[in-house]
Design a protein around this ligand. Structure first.
Ligand code: S3P
Length: 416
């Protein structure tokens, strides 16, 4: 489906709430399934990716029922209670689902197959297969990709240095560690999102965090919980950048998750001159939350690399739109991981924004932008990537002519 977007003639005003955090929704569903008893998850993201996690768990014998519009009750089966699935489990397009679930299924005394659609089958799985195999799981992959045929059980603890700063990889190993004999320790390359660790600690797992080192001991059982999922900062990024760039705008985005492993975009934009204020800082469940006020701002270019990249890894499509409108040059380095997301985001974001007149160049591990010029209209492609679809829609709100985004409906993977 195509979407056509026209330049907004007036500033943005008002307040909004964005959908629930995708990463936290996946983890809450998975850990509620492994807890013993009934958990309630409110503020749940009902998007295609999170629905994939829900239906995978149902295929493993977990009952999940709706409790109003945005909440579910999960009847947790306990660490030993999952049932052998009758057929291959379909993770659809969700890499978080397949990688985290692989960690859990490696700990089960039954065999299972994890698969997904063509896009998911292109994502690298060797990064999880290697450490999970070192823990004793038997996994057959297809040349480093899904489908994954898993014969689980008999895991032993592992000490492992992560090859990439990936929260999905870290979480897969920690979740397998729930079922392993002895302690499992991971050393991270950078501060990848820590939602798994936070939730595990809250529900009774013996998890220890010292800087970039995380250890877990297998627990007797996990306690059920009640959780309100905060708004997703990665979804808030779209109205936030739109308000910064549309002159005269002032908006509030309420109840946004502000976990420091996720707020890289805010720090970088503030550094570039963005007027963003955080109010009502609070802790809900185990996550920091706050309300954002955003006023339109004149941005100046910057250089990003290292840990900032890890802390804003999903925000580069919309960050590129901000960089195009900033004065001077912006360079993104150390971001090679963007090449193995839903699409190659370095190549896709560069080629699509060029179609609208941006001066943006691909680098091996990032991109560079010479900003300060207005975009023009044109036809662009989402590459079936939800964050690219959303970023191009914001570009369309700012461009001088009409922008048509092909396959725009993929935005629903995270922003239904
Ligand atoms: C996620 C981790 C990140 C991120 C993805 C969600 C998660 O992926 O890009 O959208 O929920 O753990 P990587 O682990 O591949 O960095």
């Amino acid at each position: 489906m195509n979407a056509t977007i026209q330049r907004l003639q007036s500033p943005l005003h008002g307040s909004l709430q964005v959908p629930g955090d995708k990463s936290i929704t996946h983890r809450a569903l998975l850990l509620a399934a492994l807890a013993k008893g009934e958990s309630r998850i409110g503020g749940l993201l009902r998007s295609r990716d999170c629905e994939a996690t829900r239906s995978c768990l149902q295929a493993l014998g977990v009952r999940i029922v709706d409790d109003g519009d945005d909440a579910v009750i999960v009847r947790g089966v306990g660490l030993g209670g999952l049932r052998k699935p009758l057929s291959p489990i379909d993770c659809v397009r969700s890499a978080t689902t397949i990688r985290l679930l692989a960690g859990i299924l490696c700990g089960q005394r039954f065999s299972s197959v994890l698969t997904g659609d063509a896009q998911l089958l292109r994502r690298p799985m060797d990064r999880i297969v290697k450490p999970l195999s070192a823990m004793g799981a038997k996994i057959m992959d297809s040349d480093g990709h899904a489908p994954l045929r898993i014969s689980g059980g008999g895991l032993r603890g592992l000490t492992h240095r992560l090859a990439v700063a990936s929260a999905q990889l870290k979480s897969a190993i920690l979740l397998a560690g729930l079922f392993a004999r002895g302690r499992t320790t991971v050393y991270q390359q950078g501060p990848a999102r820590d939602h798994t660790e936070r939730l595990l600690a809250t529900i009774g797992a013996a998890i220890r965090i010292e800087g970039l080192k995380v250890s877990i001991e297998p627990p007797e059982c996990l306690s059920p919980f009640s959780l309100q999922v905060p708004g997703d900062i990665s979804s808030a990024a779209f109205p936030l950048v739109a308000a910064l760039l549309l002159p005269g705008s002032q908006i509030r985005i309420l109840s946004v998750g502000l976990n420091p492993t996720r707020t890289g975009l805010l720090d970088v934009l503030i550094d570039m001159g963005a007027r963003i204020e955080i109010e009502n800082r609070r802790v809900e469940g185990d996550e920091p939350v706050g309300d954002l006020t955003i006023r339109s701002s004149e941005l100046v270019g910057t250089t990003i690399g290292g840990n900032s990249v890890v802390r804003m890894i999903d925000e580069f499509p919309i960050f590129a739109v901000a960089a195009v409108h900033a004065r001077g040059r912006t360079t993104v380095k150390d971001a090679g991981e963007l090449r193995v997301k839903e699409t190659d985001r370095i190549s896709a974001v560069t080629s699509e924004l060029k179609m609208l007149g941006a001066r943006i160049e691909e680098l091996p591990n990032g991109f560079s932008v010479t900003g300060g010029e207005r975009l023009h209209g044109g036809h662009v492609d989402s590459h079936r990537d939800h964050r690219l679809a959303m970023a191009l829609a914001v570009a369309g709100m700012l461009a001088d002519g009409e922008v048509t985004v092909r396959d725009a409906e993929y935005a629903a993977d995270s922003y239904p």
